[in-house]
Design a binder for this molecule. Sequence first.
Ligand SMILES: *Cc1c(COP(=O)(O)O)cnc(C)c1O
Length: 394
Amino acid sequence: MGKHQIDQEGFYGEFGGAYIPEMLYPNVEELRENYLKIIQEESFQAEFQRLLHTYVGRPTPLYLATRLSKKYNTTIYLKREDLNHTGAHKVNNTLGQILLARRLGKTRIIAETGAGQHGVATATMCALMGMQCVVYMGEVDIHRQKPNVERMKLLGAEVRPALSGSRTLKDATNEAIRDWINNPVDTYYIIGSVVGPHPYPDMVARFQSVISEEIKKQLKTETGSENPDYLIACVGGGSNAAGTFYHYLDNEDVKLIAVEAAGLGVDSGKTAATTQVGTRGIIHGSKTILMQTRDGQIVEPHSISAGLDYPGIGPIHAYLFDSGRGLYHSATDEQAYLAGVQLSRLEGIIPALESSHALAALDLLKFRADDVIVVTLSGRGDKDLQTYIERGGY
Ligand SMILES: *Cc1c(COP(=O)(O)O)cnc(C)c1O
């Protein structure tokens, strides 16, 4: 096990662990005891790999973006997670977790969702597997994200509104946890990023690590070396970035660039740049860095992109930031929007606004002509069309 991997107790350095209420302990313990054994089984891997191939559409291409490369006078590849079924990387993880849930004998799936992307990925997998699906969503988000709510319903999921607090993501999370405590035997809780109590962050990183596994092979074919100079990915909770970095963590020649959402600016009070404004604390059962007031109340984040609008980061990112192994940058709403329009014009690819933050980092770094850069395009921009339109000016 490498220097930057999780330890036996579920920590990356000082970050991670499982800080959970006692009533949740049996559920999390069942998972912790079984997850590695199950996902390393040959039959599990065979089914996971087959569905990644025939259902999700993997491997996703590693595309040499020639016009973008010319603009920055270097060599830039895009890892096309936007071409996955359902339009983003999230499906890699939901597929893995639902196969695990089935092997644990679970028949009912619950999830929480903010913008609805993780809810849709979960509802999709439940339809595929013929499992009952309940998705908790803040009442405010249900009104903001109508199309995704309708998608989930069309796929056969029940969307339950969270009516307490600010009626957004954290309230939906509380409802999902309450449900899981009440239904420990038949129910499995699918978490959508490298967050939550151990073993979720490690499990989700492993399912998403297919991204870097493929990059290594594809880059070797393309350039003769499996190592780029830079890997760049956006960070909400941090799952597409964790998957992009995973097989390169111990190769210190490869620079790992993570890009958070600065929102209206890091010092504006309307931001989601957790490493810039956050402090150590516990959120969703793990010790990490999060945005909080001095007395520990969570600060509402802001980003143009719903997927980055999260007040924490996964413990692996707190560790990579703190240790200096990862370099953490941020891009504002405006910078991300402009990078999204630029990619549309230069390459004929309309990126998700989350992914546009990763692209915006191209303006923040200085490259050499012989550098090789891989940017993970975590999702496609169809879902963001309304936001692109409202911003206008393109
Ligand atoms: C959800 C989402 C993200 C953010 O999630 P991570 O766990 O940080 O990867 C990024 N891009 C897209 C397209 C998403 O849907």
